[in-house]
Design a protein around this ligand. Structure first.
Ligand code: ARG
Length: 270
């Protein structure tokens, strides 16, 4: 019998995809000027918010801004641990203006925001495990930023190198299941980083390239429920066998921009 998993209530920050579009290409999933069905995107996104709320999670929203088509990807705006907000400095000039709006939201909500000096893209690459930060580099967030993150939070930061451009953010290749375990796609990482992950998490749930390409690793877990792309079937079955409860939420329209469930979700940890 698999273990009974206990959920923990979360607080999420999200941004409605009212102005969602693909207007530039900054990752291999994006084809500039591909048509995006904004109504479908809105429906899919609303279903995600309903799924969070119906599982007892608190959801805060921030107003989207016209001309910032990737602003829906709230995860990239910051990483928040213990009520401390480490803001973002986007790699792509097109996304840099998003930071002002997110910073304003955090300040209005009563948080101070640290402005980093080096390129870093929030929870896209900086993943809090409950004990330390797993930090991706290779495509976006820099190693200098990893040092800044460690200095700011005073928590250990474990640098991991991403090697596959389709999995350009750490949160496309790995997610945290609970305080003790993670799921990831090993081939997205350099050999040394793979070894680090297997030492830290000998019992991790390993995903295939198909699971990863379906954005199955761009999932959100509350410790029991895993909000996951329905196309990541093998991974969902693997999670189920370990006692987690997959909650399928289809964000297929966001794949055109290289995003999924986690990308749309910023966790606020007080
Ligand atoms: N188009 C966005 C970008 O390339 C997608 C961001 C996805 N976010 C994430 N947390 N992986 O920046």
């Amino acid at each position: 019998m698999p273990e009974t998993r206990v959920p923990r209530r979360r607080r999420f920050l999200v941004c409605e995809p009212r102005h969602f579009a693909v207007q530039y290409a900054i990752n291999p999933w994006m084809q500039p000027d591909i048509r995006v069905d904004v109504d479908l995107a809105q429906e899919q996104w609303q279903a995600l918010i309903r799924a969070y709320r119906s599982h007892g999670h608190a959801v805060d929203t921030l107003e989207p801004v016209a001309g910032l088509p990737d602003m829906v990807f709230a995860a990239n705006s910051a990483v928040v641990v213990g009520g401390r907000v480490f803001g973002s400095l986007f790699h792509a000039p097109e996304r840099r203006p998003e930071s002002t709006h997110y910073d304003t939201w955090f300040k209005t909500a009563g948080f101070d925001v640290y402005r980093p000096e080096s390129v870093c893209e929030g929870e896209g690459d900086l993943v809090w495990t409950g004990r330390y930060v797993l930090a991706g580099t290779g495509f976006r967030t820099t190693r200098e930023a990893h040092r800044e993150v460690q200095e700011f939070f005073g928590h250990p930061v474990v640098s991991l190198t991403l090697v596959d451009p389709y999995f350009y953010h750490l949160d496309t290749a790995l997610f945290v299941l609970d305080d003790d375990n993670i799921a990831y796609y090993p081939e997205a990482f350099s050999p040394g980083s793979r070894e680090v992950l297997s030492r830290l998490y000998p019992d991790a749930v390993l995903a295939t390239r198909d699971d990863a390409a379906a954005f199955g690793l761009n999932s959100v877990s509350d410790g029991r429920h895993v909000f996951i792309a329905p196309q990541a079937e093998a991974l969902a079955a693997g999670l189920d066998a370990r006692g987690y409860v997959p909650v399928p939420v289809d964000l297929s329209e966001f794949r055109k921009a290289g995003g999924g469930i986690k990308c749309c979700t910023q966790e606020i940890r007080s």
